[in-house]
Design a protein around this ligand. Structure first.
Ligand code: AMP
Length: 291
C-alpha cells in the first residue's frame, strides 16, 4: 500500500551530536521509538511511532520549538534559560545533568564574588551570567565565545570562565577551579505553545512511554524464598512494598515473595532479610513499569 494519506505526526527537535544526543536517543529507544541511524539527515521519520526527528544544534532548539518549526524538543535547561524563549516545559527528564559555574585559575586566591569585579569572563552563556552578576552587584567584562571556553584563561583571553561543568575533569585539566555554581541543569522535554489536539494526543502517548521507562529506572524486581513463620517480619522490612506477592512453594512451610524495590533501598535491607531467614534472593532488572 502506498502511504499518501496524511497521518498525524509530531516533530521533535533534538541535539545532532553530543552528550544530550546520546542520552535522548537511548530514552527514545527504551520507549520503543526506533530512529533509523544509518542516514543521519536533518529530518528522520520513525517507522515505529508517529514522530519525526529534526537534528539541530542544541542552542537552536529553544527557538525552533518556540516558533513551531518543531512541535517538541529535548534540550538542556541551560540552553532554555539562556535563550529565554516562550515554550511549555512538559517534563523534566533527569538526564544530562550538569551545572553552570564560574571558574578561575587554580593558582589564584579567591576571596568571594567581588573577585570578579572588573574581570574579563569568557562564556557561551552571557545572558545567564549577566543576570547572575547583576543580582550580586558585580560589574565584569563578559566575553562571548562559542567553543573551548575552558582554554581562554590559559591563553590570556580572559581572567575567568563561566561554563558547563559535569564531572569537573575539564576544569582540572585546564588548571581551573570552580568557585561559584550559578545554576543546575538537566534535560527538559519542551513543547511549542498551542499544540493542536491531534499532536497533543501523540504527545500524551509519548509521555506514557517515557513515564514507563522512568518508573522502571533504578528499580529491581526481587524474589526470595521465605519460611512461613518469618513471612510477616520479612514483609515488614521490605521498603515500600505494601502488598508483595506471596506464593506457596511445593515444599510445605516455604513461600516465594515477589516485590519491586528501589535498588539503593534494597542494599539497606539485604542483611535484615538474610538475618530474618530469606533465602535464594534473586534481583532482576525491570525494563518498563506501567503504573
Ligand atoms: P566535565 O569535564 O565532565 O566537567 O564536562 C565538561 C564539558 O562537557 C563542558 O565543557 C561541556 O562542553 C560538556 N558537557 C558536560 N555535560 C554537559 C551537558 N549536560 N550538556 C552539554 N554539554 C555538557
Amino acid at each position: 500500500m502506498t502511504k499518501e494519506t496524511k497521518e498525524p505526526m509530531i516533530r521533535i527537535a533534538i541535539q545532532s551530536k553530543g552528550r544530550l544526543n546520546e542520552d535522548t536517543m537511548s530514552l527514545l529507544a527504551e520507549a520503543g521509538i526506533k530512529i533509523p541511524s544509518s542516514k543521519r539527515t536533518l529530518l528522520v521519520q520513525s517507522p515505529s511511532f508517529p514522530i519525526e526527528v529534526l537534528y539541530l544544534r542544541d542552542d537552536d532548539i529553544p527557538q525552533s520549538v518556540a516558533t513551531g518549526v518543531a512541535d517538541l524538543g529535548i534540550v538542556g535547561e541551560n540552553e532554555m534559560e539562556e535563550r529565554g524563549e516562550k515554550v511549555e516545559v512538559v517534563r523534566r527528564l533527569g538526564f544530562s545533568r550538569c551545572r553552570l559555574s564560574l571558574a578561575i585559575p587554580k593558582s589564584t586566591p579567591y576571596s568571594g564574588i567581588e573577585w570578579f569585579e572588573g574581570k574579563k569572563i569568557a562564556t557561551s552563556y552571557p545572558n545567564i551570567l549577566r543576570s547572575f552578576l547583576a543580582t550580586k552587584g558585580v560589574n565584569a567584562d563578559i566575553h562571548v565565545i562559542t567553543g573551548s571556553v575552558e582554554i581562554s584563561p590559559g591563553i590570556g583571553l580572559s581572567d575567568a570562565i563561566f561554563d558547563i561543568v559535569s564531572s569537573g575533569s575539564t576544569l582540572v585539566s585546564n588548571n581551573l577551579s570552580e568557585v561559584e555554581t550559578v545554576m543546575q541543569s538537566e534535560a527538559l522535554l519542551i513543547a511549542t505553545p498551542n499544540l493542536d489536539n491531534e499532536k497533543r494526543a501523540i504527545l500524551q502517548d509519548l509521555l506514557f512511554r517515557i513515564e514507563a521507562v522512568k518508573a522502571a529506572e533504578d528499580k529491581k524486581y526481587v524474589l526470595m524464598n521465605v519460611p512461613t513463620e518469618r513471612l510477616e517480619d520479612i514483609i515488614a522490612v521490605l521498603p515500600g512494598a505494601k502488598s508483595p506477592t506471596v506464593m506457596p512453594l511445593a515444599t510445605p512451610g516455604w513461600n516465594s515473595v515477589h516485590t519491586v524495590i528501589e535498588e539503593r533501598r534494597f542494599w539497606q535491607v539485604i542483611s535484615q532479610l538474610k538475618a530474618l531467614g530469606a533465602q535464594g534472593i534473586l534481583v532482576i532488572p525491570i525494563e518498563k513499569m506501567i503504573l
